[in-house]
Design a protein around this ligand. Structure first.
Ligand code: 3PG
Length: 212
């Protein structure tokens, strides 16, 4: 099994998908795979989410599917039971940091301050989601953390778009960027898989473009 750092290195873009209808999960994942995406997060924000994760884990082995919006230890256990390849939280709690160490899948807690990072370090974590990245300080915030915490690694999410993702990926500690802009609710409602594929291609092209 890959650890969380290796999983994030699959990136460099991790779409975050909120599904109202588990029956479209496979088409969404296949559109992402056609564009070259190999890792995604399904947010536990709808009743359909766990069923979608279960279906994707069985039917679309080309993409690693994590459970996002893991807010409690109960969510974490449900994600493991559904077959999620990893779990991601928008923050962290002492009980999640502790329970996740004993679970069978890698866990990515989130931070938005130096103190939260220190709590994560104390619990043995080195990789974190940075959320909400835009409002919490953007790439400059991560640059500043690299001074006292050079070994920390990040996947920022929250307000990132195809236009801004490069500014994050250029920070040395950033392994991957995430967000929901690749799978907007309107495209999901219209079952517009081509649009999702295009958005994913644009994101990967922006992430991989040579530095100017
Ligand atoms: C998350 O939980 O990571 C965020 O909801 C993603 O943020 P975004 O919707 O602004 O991309």
């Amino acid at each position: 099994m890959l650890n969380i750092e290796d999983l994030l290195r699959i990136g460099p873009v991790m779409p975050l998908v909120t599904l109202e209808d588990a029956s479209v999960a496979e088409e969404v994942a296949r559109a992402l795979v056609r564009a070259g995406v190999r890792i995604m997060e399904v947010a536990l924000r709808t009743p359909a989410a766990l069923r979608a994760i279960e279906a994707l884990a069985r039917r679309v082995p080309e993409i690693r599917v994590g459970a996002g919006t893991v807010r409690t230890v109960k969510d974490l256990r449900a994600a493991v039971a559904a077959g999620a390849a990893f779990a991601v939280s928008p923050g962290a709690t002492p009980s999640l940091l502790d329970a996740a160490r004993r679970e069978s899948i890698p866990y990515l807690p989130a931070i938005a301050s130096a103190s939260e990072l220190m709590v994560g370090f104390e619990a043995g974590y080195r990789c974190f989601k940075f959320f909400p990245a835009g409002p919490a300080g953007g790439p400059a915030f991560l640059e500043a953390l690299a001074g006292p915490f050079p070994e920390a690694r990040f996947c920022p999410t929250g307000g990132i778009t195809a236009r801004t993702l490069r500014s994050y990926l250029e920070v040395r500690s950033v392994l991957c960027v995430g967000g929901s802009w690749i799978t907007p609710a309107s495209a999901l409602a219209q079952r517009d898989w081509k649009r999702i594929e295009r958005l994913a291609r644009t994101a990967l092209a922006a992430a991989r473009a040579p530095r100017r």
